[in-house]
Design a protein around this ligand. Structure first.
Ligand code: ATP
Length: 294
């Protein structure tokens, strides 16, 4: 077993005909006496995203009496575990900028196809595990995928009055706490919180257990912006990205290009092909010194 989440387990497997490694995700076929649909939806989402740069390849899917399964491309460690492995508990802004930039690019593909991801977080972000794809980011776990628009007409579906809470408390937007229908903008707020955690080491609500308190701190962050303590130090590099998100209407298409421009400022000295922190023994993270942006 190489990974596990709340629903599935991921195993390293070998295609013995092609002599190639694979990852196999399984989940029990029955949960609380009914057939689980999560992985069926995940399989449909993966199928429709095949060929997109940031989507893992899917080789097969199906079920037996006990399990639903998906056979997919093997990837590296997720970036949440990589951060925990870093001696500082953080990643450099150059690495985080490139992670966030690629995640926004990945989400743009997903949103253009009419889906929202609804579970963007460090544990769902991996890089390729071969030389050729070691700098390509892959977004994982499509179990919470949901259609938000009809791609033939471009029309969004009418929002439900109470869409429920879907996602992971630490990384969801204020709107998700309010149980509003998720839109592409909510995925992008999750990119912000993911980037914050990777770069600072923790989000400001890291030690709060009460979901209402987490909600209150996120609201405060939106109200105060760069006037508060939350965007001091290294976090100040995320101010522009945050400001732009806060200014967006959740019912409009997000300004992907502008958001990516904000993130580019984090890795001005690096290209997408340059090594990331974990490829040079986290040297850049250890030696980091920086000047806060104006
Ligand atoms: N194709 C893969 N190659 C390598 N590792 C993987 C792959 N897919 C998943 N993993 C690892 O397994 C972990 C759990 O996977 P995943 O998020 O798909 O499971 P889940 O049960 O749906 O999780 P969650 O509780 O977030 O819904 C990931 O964080 C990642 O580290």
């Amino acid at each position: 077993m190489i990974g596990s989440g709340g629903y599935g387990q991921i195993y390293l497997a070998m295609d013995i005909l092609k002599y190639e490694e694979r990852a196999v995700k399984i989940e029990p076929r029955m949960r609380q006496e009914s057939i689980t649909k999560r992985m069926i939806m995940e399989q449909e989402a993966l199928q429709s995203l095949q060929g997109k740069l940031h989507c893992p390849l899917m080789y097969a899917s199906g079920y037996n009496d006990e399990f639903n399964f998906i056979v997919m491309q093997l990837l590296s460690e997720n970036v949440g575990d990589i951060r925990k492995r870093s001696p500082t508990g953080r990643l450099s802004k150059e690495s985080v900028g490139r992670i966030a930039w690629q995640t926004v690019n990945a989400l743009r593909d997903i949103h253009e196809m009419g889906y929202v991801h609804r579970d963007v977080k460090p544990a769902n972000i991996c890089f390729g595990c071969h030389f050729e794809n070691r700098h390509i980011l892959y977004l994982l776990d499509f179990g919470l995928f949901r259609r938000f628009k009809d791609t033939t007409t471009g029309q969004r579906f009418p929002p439900r009055k109470n869409a429920g809470f879907k996602g992971t408390e630490r990384y969801v937007s204020v709107r998700v706490h309010e149980k509003l229908e998720q839109t592409p903008l909510d995925d992008l707020f999750s990119v912000l919180y993911t980037s914050y955690e990777l770069m600072v080491g923790e989000v400001p609500w890291r030690f709060l257990d009460d979901v209402e308190e987490i909600y209150a701190v996120k609201q405060l962050m939106n109200e105060l912006g760069n006037n508060g303590e939350m965007f001091k130090g290294i976090a100040s590099f995320l101010v522009d990205f945050h400001r732009l998100l806060v200014s967006c209407d959740p019912n409009d298409d997000p300004p992907y290009e502008k958001l990516m421009e904000c993130l580019k400022k984090l890795f001005e000295t690096k290209s997408l092909e340059d090594p990331y922190d974990w490829e040079d023994g986290f040297r850049i993270t250890l030696n980091a010194s920086f000047v806060e942006p104006k």
